[in-house]
Write a protein that binds this ligand. Structure first.
Ligand SMILES: Cc1cc2nc3c(=O)[nH]c(=O)nc-3n(C[C@H](O)[C@H](O)[C@H](O)COP(=O)(O)O)c2cc1C
Length: 178
């Protein structure tokens, strides 16, 4: 009998340009501990100094995807078994809900709900922006598509000037909810 090597489920981690993205390694490590293989897709703005891209590539063992491939190039990642968007910006949430697919990250997100895979989102959006009616409508629309959201997080410093903890593992819990 030949031994079968079980393929690990593949998780897309979509990273947007929020300051907290600097800590995304925590999410990737936690996902790997829980048995996920991880591929990172970052928005073009997020690639511009928001996190340590070399460290993330070393940790995942794969290049970060940000630009569209050329038509002749093979797909760099397998199809996703699940998708996490963390941190999710005001900009990306609104564009995603509107069906705009002008970056690889947005195109991937627009397609993901139609694939029927679980999608978990951890927004990092300041309270003043979160009050915008377009954002509230976007959350409602994406929620109606089955997208699972973590608790609101504004990233605003606490009285001791420290940034409150970002609940990276919550994204994995949301995926595992079934
Ligand atoms: C240092 C810095 C931190 C930022 N943090 C946030 C944030 O926490 N949340 C947010 O929605 N936008 C934040 N922004 C603004 C976004 O980077 C900006 O809206 C950008 O267009 C988002 O692009 P993306 O959604 O394609 O990643 C920040 C910008 C800078 C320069």
């Amino acid at each position: 009998m030949t031994a079968q090597t079980a393929r690990k489920p593949f998780l897309y981690v979509v990273v947007c340009a929020a300051g907290i993205a600097a800590e995304v390694g925590e999410l990737i490590a936690a996902a790997q501990e829980r048995g996920w293989e991880v591929g990172v897709i970052a928005t073009p703005v997020a690639m511009n100094g928001f996190f340590d891209t070399a460290a993330v590539e070393a940790r995942t063992g794969r290049p970060i995807r940000s630009a569209w491939r050329t038509p002749g190039e093979p797909r760099p990642f397998p199809a996703p078994d699940a998708v996490v968007v963390a941190p999710a910006t005001f900009n990306t949430v609104n564009k995603w809900a509107a069906g705009i697919a002008d970056t690889l990250a947005l195109g991937t997100l627009c397609e993901a709900a139609g694939l029927g895979v679980p999608i978990a989102v951890l927004p990092c959006v300041a309270d003043a922006l979160a009050a915008h009616p377009a954002y509230r409508a976007a959350l409602e629309r994406l929620g109606g598509m089955g997208v699972r959201f973590g608790e609101p997080y504004s990233g605003e410093p606490q009285p001791d000037d420290a940034r409150p903890e970002f609940a990276w593992r919550r994204a994995l819990d949301l995926l595992e909810r079934g």
